[in-house]
Ligand binder design. Structure first.
Ligand code: 4NP
Length: 151
């Protein structure tokens, strides 16, 4: 799960999918990163931690890190929150195999629409809840598509 800062959108996407795969006992490794390095080592934004908590998820323990080229080797699927993140990830792709791993996350729930998860950083509670709703829906679809990967 990749956004710009790795403190708002991608930690929530990470926390949602992590819990969903854990609850189903799936053999799936989930992590998140930012394309920028502004918030490396930081906890997620407290407003996103509160939003997660409100819906029964905890992302307090996550820490920001920057996307690295070796993430193309570590992960089978790389989800970008918006088109700018997508473009920044694709700039680091080394070959077609890397490129094929990357997708806009909302294309899971809204196929081929190329919708973006809006950055809530300068928004209020309404914007944070909107991000939760979009990512909850998308991670439900992702979970359904990987539910055969049992431990
Ligand atoms: P995120 O939100 O990409 O969803 O983590 C942002 C967080 C911080 C900044 C930008 C976006 N920032 O410019 O510091």
């Amino acid at each position: 799960m990749v956004c710009l800062g790795n403190i708002c959108r991608s930690p929530l996407a990470d926390g949602l999918l992590r819990k969903k795969v854990k609850d189903l006992n799936l053999d799936v490794y989930v992590d998140s990163a930012g394309t920028a390095n502004y918030h490396v080592g930081e906890a997620p934004d407290h407003r996103m931690c509160q939003t997660a908590k409100k819906f029964g998820y905890s992302i307090d323990e996550l820490r920001g890190r920057q996307f690295v080229v070796s993430d193309f080797d570590t992960f089978d699927l790389i989800y970008a929150m918006d088109k700018s993140n997508l473009s920044n990830i694709l700039k680091l792709a080394r070959n077609q195999e890397d490129v094929q791993k990357v997708a806009l996350i909302l294309n899971e729930s809204h196929p081929e629409k190329n919708l973006e998860v809006p950055d809530p950083y300068y928004g209020g509670e309404k914007e944070f809840i909107e991000v939760y709703n979009l990512l909850n829906e998308a991670t439900d679809v992702i979970t359904a598509s990987i539910k055969h990967i049992k431990k």
